[in-house]
Design a protein around this ligand. Sequence first.
Ligand code: GLA
Length: 411
Amino acid sequence: MLFGINNYYIGKVREGMAAVTTAEMKEKLTADFKEKFGGDGDIRSYFAPGRVNLIGEHTDYNGGHVFPCALTIGTYFIARKREDDIIRLYSENFEGLGIIEGSIKDLTWKKEADWANYPIGMTWAFGEKGYPVTSGYDVLLYGNIPNGSGLSSSASVEVGTGVMLKDMFGYDISMIDIALFGQYSENNFNKVNCGIMDQFAIAMGSKDKAIFLDTSDLSYEYAPVVLADSKIVIACSNKKRGLGDSKYNERRSECEQALAELQKCLNIRSLGELTEEEFEANKGLIASDVRRRRAKHAVYENQRTIKAVKALRDGDIEAFGKLMIASHDSLRDDYEVTGIELDTLVASALKQPGVIGSRMTGAGFGGCTVSIVKNDAIDGFIENVGREYAAAIGYAADFYVVEIGDGAGKI
Ligand code: GLA
């Protein structure tokens, strides 16, 4: 990573590093941009955050609720429109790949384009949705979200590219549409069948609030995350994963099949429409035990999310924490998307004093856990969980004490 990071520290690894403000980051990256691409013209800057989901996992493609928030870490974009058709993309996170070149005349997925398939895919999606990108551009990116960690670095690049294109080409597009274009490009260009949660959280985030989103109709409410004397601590397992080669798409189709079996007798459009009681009364319609457990998770997790938001609004953080723990248990036992790394992090977290709740976050199969930890217990938490994890797994986890930030925009 290039230099210090704004507004947070990474456990013991980067503790004490000078915090860098957005203005300093912009200045430094603009200088880098000028060095890479030359100095003149209308150079503009944007930021898109990463996200963490507090509860409501694998519910967004099942018509259920999610409860994510945007972070203050994310991806910076420094960009300038070109007069010709050429797109030039450079990431300070992948310096070895150098400048990747494309053309607005050939917006197709290419293996050698690597990370640049995300901005190129978004450029393609704009055209598909009736907002053609009519000239090329140069862009330099730098992200302080760990890549492939489950904090949505790819959705951050998609939504950030969307904000950039909207501004540079003067289109009037809502932030919700930008999120939908991002999901469209992820599904159809990068071929990952993700739901809307990540792009929505990144586009619509609001400082110190989480978004209670009903994915069946995209209605949403902001809920202040008031944790009193506690903070959100993210533990990154450092087990790399890509959604494409994970079992994400398989889980999604298992849920679709279970829904089709239920629909033989029930008039429902999604698993998110069922209460726990309705599910229990009808689960016999699902022929396989595996699909029954997948559907059970989707139904119960949705109801847990609704209960968790109510608990938070009532100021009952303990109840919120218990629902987080139940969420992890269900993701481990019924949905089977955790794995030894995430289970070790959560089991170790729950043994520590001052831990209110802990669970995996994001798609699973690696990536991160999210825990709510009392302020005075955070140092001990990082030390103990870090030690136990390294002893059990053989490599270290990274820890991030995060803050909830705003959604993507111009900086
Ligand atoms: C990934 C997807 C989201 C969501 C989560 C699981 O982050 O991109 O749409 O399905 O997994 O909750």
